[in-house]
Design a protein around this ligand. Structure first.
Ligand code: SAM
Ligand code: SF4
Length: 508
């Protein structure tokens, strides 16, 4: 079932690209004899994983290429969230048949969620595939490539309870040099009934906070100014201490986050305030604070927040730090409590609205809020669909990612519920919520006219090199005449006009 991105004018161009287009590796020649090409589909977690995969294979002597016809190894890092995501990969594999004919030694690997979902069945269904590699098996890639080089089909879809790739320094792909993603956790334990993620990415596990801080600091030192902390449910991030002394990963300028417990502060170095042991538990709010303290010029974002775990503590931490961006992606999925129960989201409409009220109370009206919505979930009535519309009307989201329900094999919904809403009804409902979001995005942007925002410049605007493009703290895209400014600068921009997807203004 189609994610109707083409119709979503409310999404910025950048968002549309992120949703629809695969990302491909860039050309980098270090004089190595073999080349890898990686094409990534789906969510930001996948894009971040491709950077880990690239680091692992670069270590093995692979250069990267942006041209798959020149590659010795072609990798597709796949998504399985909706059926159309998998169809896209299958079509791509058909296209790659020609490449194998022209360069018979070329290896083709399918990585990520689709690999995990289909396992070795994928080798039977797609004959040109040589390697099937699940999201927790990337360290094994050198061995799998070697096996495939020897003419054997290779598979590793083992899901781990520990793997976080914490020690691997990702090779940034498609980077603008200003913004970067950092995975802070993997997997998901939530079991939303419609969702395939718990089966394709395994159990939830949090990454060592000190490795996260080290990666963010390294990015800052390289000139990056905006990091997004990634997880399926960042609010359940929890690092349980027992790692011992890790002085090398700490930096003298790092002060103990004020959110850390008294007990933890007691174990901090009295001079620098640096925690000296891992004998403390780190929550998501504390992690946010640790990253925010790296430098006031490093913006910190995060996604995704699950309404059931989203705490006031996180909101208060956001309020304390100017550099923690005032933008929250808080997927509702539905505005109706019965449907939310069937979805096993473990919150109801009232709970969700209470979380939105907390955002407005603690961070004010300017905080950006976006959502994910699904139309036509099993047994959804017209009235229940109207509840989704009225939830959107109440919240007035800045953005929304909207989907028609796509049944995924072996999920609880596929096993226990009937996918009984006809396709055309799902799409009609989808179009209704799209139209509503269209209106709200424009309304929310119009409220910004006359305001001045601090914008981090990410590059030239899509249309002209005379204009720059950046984002506000609330994640709104701003386009303005470039004057003397350049990528990586913070610029105060007075907003003079807007479209549904973009604010327009003048640097002041
Ligand atoms: N962890 C995030 C959360 O809980 O909100 C979402 C991760 S999922 C990769 C992104 C979005 O895809 C979900 O929020 C949901 O709206 C949508 N999605 C997941 N499974 C779907 C399905 N079977 N059909 C349609 N949309 C789906
Ligand atoms: Fe899927 Fe729910 Fe986990 Fe999000 S929280 S990844 S929707 S199971």
């Amino acid at each position: 079932m189609e994610r109707v991105v083409q119709q979503l004018d409310i999404l910025t161009e950048t968002d549309k690209e992120a949703c629809e287009l695969p990302r491909i590796s860039k050309e980098e020649n270090r004089g190595n004899s073999r080349k890898m090409y990686i094409e990534s589909y789906g969510c930001q977690m996948n894009f971040a994983d491709s950077e880990i995969v690239t680091a692992i294979l670069q270590e093995q002597g692979f250069d990267t290429t942006a041209d798959f016809t020149k590659a010795d190894v072609i990798l597709l890092n796949t998504c399985a969230i909706r059926d159309n995501a998998e169809q896209k990969v299958r079509n791509r594999l058909k296209h790659l048949t020609g490449v194998k004919k022209n360069r018979p030694g070329t290896l083709i690997g399918v990585l990520g969620c689709m690999a995990e979902r289909l396992k070795s069945k994928l080798l039977e269904e797609e004959r040109i595939v040589d390697m099937v590699v699940g999201p927790d098996a990337y360290r094994d890639l050198p061995r799998l490539v070697e096996e495939a080089d020897g003419g054997q089909k290779s598979v590793n879809v083992f899901l781990s309870r520990e793997e976080t790739y914490a020690d691997i320094s990702p090779v940034r792909l498609n980077s603008n040099g200003v913004t970067a993603f950092i995975s802070i956790m993997r997997g998901c334990d939530n079991m939303c009934s419609f969702c395939v993620v718990p089966y394709t990415r395994g159990r939830e596990r949090s990454r060592d906070p000190y490795s996260i801080v080290a990666e963010a600091r390294e990015l800052f030192n390289q000139g990056y100014r905006d990091v997004t902390l990634l997880g399926q449910n960042v609010d359940s991030y929890k690092w349980l201490a027992d790692g011992g002394l890790r002085k090398t990963e700490l930096n003298d300028s790092f002060a103990a986050p004020t959110g850390i417990s008294e007990e933890s502060k007691a174990s901090a170095n009295p001079e620098s305030g640096v925690p000296t042991t891992h004998s403390q538990t780190v929550s998501f709010a504390q992690l946010l604070e640790m990253v925010a303290q790296i430098h006031p010029n490093l913006r910190v974002r995060f996604t995704t927040s699950h309404p059931k775990d989203f705490t006031d503590e996180v909101l208060h931490t956001m309020a304390r730090y100017e550099n923690i961006c005032k933008y929250i992606h808080l997927p509702a999925q539905s505005g109706n409590s019965r449907i939310l129960k069937l979805m096993n989201r473990t919150y109801d409409r009232e709970w969700y609205l209470d979380r939105v009220a907390a955002i407005r109370r603690i961070l004010g009206n300017e905080c950006g809020i976006s959502t994910d919505m699904i139309t036509g979930f099993c047994t959804e009535t017209e009235e229940e669909h109207q509840d989704s519309l009225s939830l959107m009307e109440t919240v007035q989201y800045d953005y929304a990612y909207m989907f028609a329900y796509s049944e995924r094999p072996n999920t609880p919904a596929a096993k226990k519920l009937q996918d009984d809403i006809p396709y055309d009804v799902k799409i009609r409902r989808l179009n209704e919520i799209i139209a509503m979001q269209y209106k709200h995005s424009f309304e929310r942007n119009k409220q910004d006219i006359g305001q001045t925002y601090k914008v981090l410049v990410e590059g030239f605007s899509k249309r002209s090199e005379e204009h720059l493009q950046g984002r506000t703290s609330a994640n709104k895209v701003v386009v303005f005449p470039k004057k003397q400014y350049k990528k990586g600068d913070y610029v105060h921009v007075h907003i003079t006009d807007c479209t549904k997807g973009t604010l327009l203004g003048e640097a002041i």
